[in-house]
Design a protein around this ligand. Sequence first.
Ligand SMILES: [Zn+2]
Length: 141
Amino acid sequence: MLQQFYPQVPHNYTFELNKDMHLAAAHYIDDDRAGDCRNMHGHTYFINVTIAGDNLDELGFLVDFKRLKSIIHKRYDHTLLNNHQEFNGRPPTTEEVARQIGLAVQAELDTLENKPVCLQVLVRETPTSYVVYRPKQGGAS
Ligand SMILES: [Zn+2]
């Protein structure tokens, strides 16, 4: 499956975890310059998140896969992305979707004692288009 090939993130962490998921969502880009994308339409988004760290929790997890899925899939699946508050004044382009997923994932990881980090979020919007978001480590995005 094509979606299984992802750009690699160079890092020195001991553990790297990748979670794939896909979800169906609608969006529109409310600007004439967006052309046809101004009309509401839907995509099946393929998402891959890359998490890394040196320490595992007491169960032996870097982060529970289910936890990642619930942050992203539960929030966005079968929704209109424009309705989410994080896209208020920020159009839900593939780039912004990737960034918002990265921020939400990192916020969740920050609550864990073993302190994993989100190194990369890949969002594929169509079979021929995807965006990679790599948060600057140690800085805001
Ligand atoms: Zn679109």
